[in-house]
Design a protein around this ligand. Structure first.
Ligand code: SF4
Length: 378
């Protein structure tokens, strides 16, 4: 049954259009697309043209762990593409049987509907069309309320133990700090970390104390505590993180393989970093747009129920370091705006569709040292 509600969305959400067959790295490629038990049996019993039936009958395999929500996977073809994709890049299932025939994940992607803490909806930065929307935008990202309808009600999520006002205030503050363009981006990130450090113990404090702290922090005028910012150590950290993450077969792997030869050591990175800044003079604004959109999509710093704010902040620093190295190295190989967008979308496929927050915090903790500051020095 269709579900309609007012959602908070980034304004660019309303202009999103899938690029369809024109997409360079389609979401149909190299992904294990999971379908639920109900969807699986619906697709197997569906009345459809013989060509689609042939494709559907050979399209599924069982995941390692089966659940009603993740009952079968659409097994990629030998070349990594979805078996239901037509030669022109469009979805044969949708073309021949209509949008209603698609599994829920294909109908929704790249949108994510969140109802756990507040009604929020955003597209994922893992879609190249979304990244391109963000890179084309000069003004800071803005948000608005929009009435949206989805084919079904989203599953009920967890509920915040604290008043929703505090959830929204922390998230809004993080976004506002990241958009203070008078400050260099690494300083804005450090101030987000400082805000989280101050606010975490106040989450259960009276609303007045909490609100006063938020107002103070929003000014961004207090001196920051001293923090080690060693770019060479940050390079070693970010490179080790990328090597570990790209060792698995994932979207990041081919982009990092192209980037890594350009960044054999910190000195090479510093050289390429200058070339990157000359090639993309708006890189700081571009990264701001990607990060602000990501924080909203990911419900930062509440994205993982079990994480502490400082772990969420560590993951944000890891993401910054990862993007700095990947974008610098990859665009040394593919020096175009498309190369920038493709590498960013590949990074966010990993970051937004796995437990990156948790894994990055664990990996960085194992490395030890003053990693947030070092990564922000990149
Ligand atoms: S990645 Fe985005 S633009 Fe490309 S096919 Fe998927 S939804 Fe469309």
């Amino acid at each position: 049954m269709p579900f309609t509600h007012t959602f908070l969305v980034p304004e660019i959400y309303l202009d999103f259009r899938c690029k369809g067959g024109a997409c360079r790295a389609s979401c149909c490629e190299n992904w294990d697309i999971a379908v639920s038990q109900d969807e699986y049996f619906r697709l197997l019993g569906m009345d459809c043209p013989p060509e689609i039936r042939r494709r559907l009958d050979c399209a599924f395999c069982a995941p390692r762990e089966i659940s009603p929500e993740r009952f079968r996977l659409l097994a990629p073809r030998f070349d990594g593409d979805c078996p239901l994709r037509a030669e022109d890049g469009l979805c044969a299932l949708q073309l021949r049987c209509g949008e209603a025939a698609l599994p829920a994940v294909c109908r929704l992607y790249p949108r994510a509907v969140h109802t756990e803490f507040a009604y929020e909806c955003a597209c994922s930065n893992s879609c190249e069309a979304v990244v391109e929307q963000l890179l084309a935008r000069e003004a800071p990202l803005t948000f608005c309320n929009a009435e949206l309808t989805f084919p079904e009600a989203p599953p009920p999520g967890r509920h915040l133990r604290r008043p929703r006002g505090k959830y929204s205030a922390v998230r809004q503050l993080c976004g506002e700090i990241l958009q203070k363009r008078a400050l260099p981006l690494p300083e804005r990130l450090l101030r987000v970390g400082e805000a989280l450090r101050v606010l975490e113990p106040l989450l259960d404090a009276p609303a007045g104390d909490f609100g006063a702290a938020v107002e103070r922090l929003a000014l961004c005028d207090a001196p920051l505590p001293p923090v080690a910012m060693d770019a060479s150590a940050g390079f070693a950290s970010a490179r080790a993180l990328l090597e570990t993450l790209a060792a698995d077969k994932c979207s990041l792997a081919p982009r990092w393989q192209a980037a890594a030869p350009h960044l054999p050591n910190a000195a090479a990175f510093f050289r390429e970093r200058r070339a990157f800044a000359a090639r993309f003079p708006t890189w700081e604004r571009d990264l701001e747009q990607l990060l602000v959109h990501h924080l909203f999509y990911d419900r930062f710093p509440f994205s993982d129920w079990h994480e502490r704010f400082q772990d969420e902040f560590a993951a944000l620093c890891a993401l910054y370091g990862l993007l700095r190295l990947l974008l610098t190295g990859y665009t040394a190989e593919v020096p175009t705006r498309e190369g920038f967008a493709d590498a960013a979308a590949a990074a966010f496929r990993l970051v937004e569709h796995t437990r990156f927050d948790h894994n990055a915090a664990v990996l960085l903790r194992r490395q030890g040292g003053a990693f947030p500051g070092n990564l922000l020095a990149l």
